[in-house]
Write a protein that binds this ligand. Sequence first.
Ligand code: FMN
Length: 166
Amino acid sequence: MTSASPQPPPVDGALLRDVAGSYASGVTVVTGLDGDGPVGMTVQAFHSLSLSPPMILLCAGRHSRTWARLMRSEHLCVNVLSAEQQDLAWRFGKPGPDKFREVRWQPDPVTGTPVLDGVLAWLAVRITTVVDGGDHHVILARVVGLEARPGTPLVFFKGDMHALAS
Ligand SMILES: Cc1cc2nc3c(=O)[nH]c(=O)nc-3n(C[C@H](O)[C@H](O)[C@H](O)COP(=O)(O)O)c2cc1C
């Protein structure tokens, strides 16, 4: 005779947010070109995935209008923000009509996607797979260009930005 395993109790969303926020991460701004010009959004859910082939992953909200525009870009650029770029993280982290206004950037030499001035590192990528992840998409992408620069990272922890303590 088999007995049904007990249902786990429902997970409280605020607690999950708090617990997940205990995992400190860097902050990126993912940019692209959708035909109307440069477009970008702050993404904390970024991780390296594979060295061979070179791949990364990102998570983007299913209902994000910016993500819908980024999907139209042939390539994306993951801009890893430096400790001095907190203002950019907030600017690109909320809806807004013209997030690029007065933001300086250069086209990356491989794909032409926007590399924001002053970033700690950047990766130009081509999306290979989009997987359903609940209320987010999980995006797998192949790295086609990249650069790391001297500096220190912006850190996101418990809902706020920090610089690394030395
Ligand atoms: C620090 C920070 C981290 C964020 N990380 C993510 C993320 O990993 N994935 C995501 O979809 N949105 C993330 N967001 C929210 C998006 O940047 C935001 O939804 C988007 O810029 C607003 O445009 P939208 O209205 O098109 O969604 C983050 C925002 C902030 C401030």
